[in-house]
Ligand binder design. Sequence first.
Ligand code: IDP
Ligand code: MG
Length: 146
Amino acid sequence: MSSNKTFTMIKPGAVRNKHIGHILSKIEEAGFTIAAIKTTQMSLQVAAEFYAVHKDKPFFQELISFMSSGPIIAMVLLKDNAVEDFRKLIGATDPDKAEEGTIRKLFATSKTANAIHGSDSDENAEKESAFFFARQEWLRSSEVVL
Ligand code: IDP
Ligand code: MG
C-alpha cells in the first residue's frame, strides 16, 4: 500500500525569483494538502547530509552549494498516491525534458536550479519529512485530513 505523504522543498532559485506563491497554488490546485510548511536555510553541511546519496556524483558540490545559497520552503504534503503524483506534477529532473505545465518546466532555470525537490519513495518521504520537521509538527494535520 502506498503512503499518502511526500516531502518537498522549493529551492533557493525559485524563492529568489519570487515563485513561492505560484508554486504553492500549483500544489494545492493539484489536490495536495500542505500539512507542514516552513522557511529555512540549509548550511553547506546540512545540504551535504540531505543529499548524501549523491555524494560521489560529479554535480554534488554544485548542488549542495546551490541548495545552501538561500532560503528554501520545506513542506510535508498529503494526497493519495502522494509520491508518484507529486513527481508527475514537478516533472523531469532536467527542465529541458520536463513536460509542459510541470513546476520544473515553468520555474526551473537549470538542472541544478530546478525549482523544487520531490521525494522519490515512501521511505524517503518519511526520512526527508523527519529531517526537517518534528513528527508532531505534521502528524496532527494529517490526522485531520485522514
Ligand atoms: P530529482 O530531484 O529529480 O529526484 P536526483 O537525481 O535525485 O533528481 O538529483 C538531485 C538533484 O541534483 C536534482 O534535483 C538536481 O537539482 C541535481 N542534479 C541531478 N542531476 C544533475 C546533473 O546531471 N547536473 C546538475 N545537477 C543535477
Ligand atoms: Mg531525487
